[in-house]
Write a protein that binds this ligand. Structure first.
Ligand SMILES: C[S@@+](CC[C@H](N)C(=O)[O-])C[C@H]1O[C@@H](n2cnc3c(N)ncnc32)[C@H](O)[C@@H]1O
Ligand code: SF4
Length: 367
């Protein structure tokens, strides 16, 4: 049987930089973009592993901020080079202001069957503050355009923990999207990353973000609201209607293999994690690619960490076969006795009540 893997393609361009974002995304001149797409094609052409591709994800940055043909040409190349599974999920991340009906139709024709919009908020004031290039009405129009272009699998991202954000803001905004029939919602708790303007503002007391406990409260109430609307939480930040879980992300969380192409992209293949450089000059010259063998200890850590953050849990036998009998450890017994984790048919799951403190629980369970 041929091995299965996923493909991630990184598009590191944005029209402007949001104040909270520390991802490898840049506002670049046309020449860099031209050079980048050439390098990306070379990287894909040089890839030698064979197998069946089960999901493809174009992320960023903002894939929709470049000419649609640049994107569809890359997808065409991937389809020509690899065997693509029949029900392959093919996602593109888009920002609402640059995802025109024309572009969305071109993506759909090329074979994309899932679109993920960075909505973040439906309050223009908040969007402006965050440095987003779109407005609330553009976000609504983008979803309608995607449907008109033939997309049935539409995801929207929201941010939790914005200044003065109330649960009614989040639920009203999500309801607008639910009424538009989106199938998937990602809700990310705003992280204040060190190298961002937001970090400086917080440090200088120029803005006051909600306290951690209040953010957790918002998250818990929002999760309940989404559940009521039949969006099941299948990972800490991801909620979906039945049959609309993201296959691509599930592959990451189940430690499946993936090939990443582009600036800063990561791969996990044949037991190695490989990271491309996040510097254009190095990426163009194929320099500073890091390769790390994921030994049994690291593998066990990742299986536990990823498994407990999502509804699929982890297998006791899988980590036992890698050399760790977690059932013998005092922390495991303690968490089990206190119903913080539960065991069912050889798998271990986190009690959903503790999802917001999953990090500290996971830390105590690691070998
Ligand atoms: C890296 S972006 C790429 C997609 C697209 N450019 C966008 O902004 O929606 C993917 C998601 O990460 C979120 N994100 C980026 N920085 C974040 C942060 N500091 N805290 C929480 N979410 C963040 C974005 O808001 C977006 O929903
Ligand atoms: S649009 Fe997305 S990738 Fe670009 S800066 Fe904003 S959050 Fe980051």
């Amino acid at each position: 049987m041929k091995t299965k893997f996923s493909i991630y393609v990184h598009i590191p361009f944005c029209e402007s930089k949001c104040i909270y974002c520390d991802f490898a995304s840049f506002v670049c001149a046309k020449e860099i973009k031209e050079k980048y797409f050439k390098a990306l094609k070379n990287e894909i052409n040089d890839f030698s592993k064979e197998g069946v591709v089960s999901s493809i994800y174009f992320g960023g940055g903002t894939p929709s901020c470049v000419n649609a043909k640049k994107i569809t040409d890359i997808l065409k190349l991937i389809k020509k080079k690899f065997v693509i599974s029949e029900n392959c999920e093919i996602t593109i991340e888009c920002n609402p202001n640059s995802a025109s009906f024309f572009k969305l139709s071109a993506y759909r024709r090329a074979g994309f069957n899932r679109v993920s919009f960075g909505v973040q908020s439906l309050k223009n004031e908040a969007l402006k503050f965050l440095g987003r290039a779109h407005t609330a009405s553009q976000a609504i129009r983008a979803v309608l355009n995607a449907q008109k272009a033939g997309f049935k699998n539409i995801s929207v991202d929201f941010l939790i923990g914005l200044q003065n954000q109330k649960i009614e803001d989040l639920t009203d905004e999500a309801l607008t999207m639910i009424n538009l029939n989106v199938s998937h919602i990602s809700a990310y708790m705003l992280q204040v990353e060190e190298r961002t303007p937001l970090y400086k503002m917080v440090k200088l007391n120029q803005i006051k973000l909600p306290k951690e406990d209040d953010v957790i409260g918002l998250y818990n109430d929002f999760s309940k609201f989404l559940k009521k609307h039949k969006f099941e939480r299948y990972e800490i930040s991801n909620f979906a209607k039945k049959n609309f879980y993201s296959k691509h992300n599930i592959n990451y969380w189940k430690m499946g293999e993936y090939a990443g192409f582009g600036l800063s992209a990561h791969s996990f293949l044949d037991g190695y994690r490989i990271s491309n450089s996040d510097n254009f000059a190095d990426y163009f010259n194929g320099k500073n690619r890091e390769k790390e063998f994921i030994d049994n200890k690291k593998r066990i850590e990742e299986i536990i960490m990823l498994g407990l953050r999502c509804k699929f849990g982890f297998s006791l036998l899988e980590i036992k076969n890698l050399g760790f009998d977690i059932t013998k450890t005092p922390s495991y017994k303690n968490f089990l006795n206190n119903k913080i984790i539960k065991e069912k048919r050889g798998r271990v799951y986190l009690n959903q009540k503790y999802i917001c403190v999953s990090n500290s629980i996971i830390c105590e369970l690691l070998p």
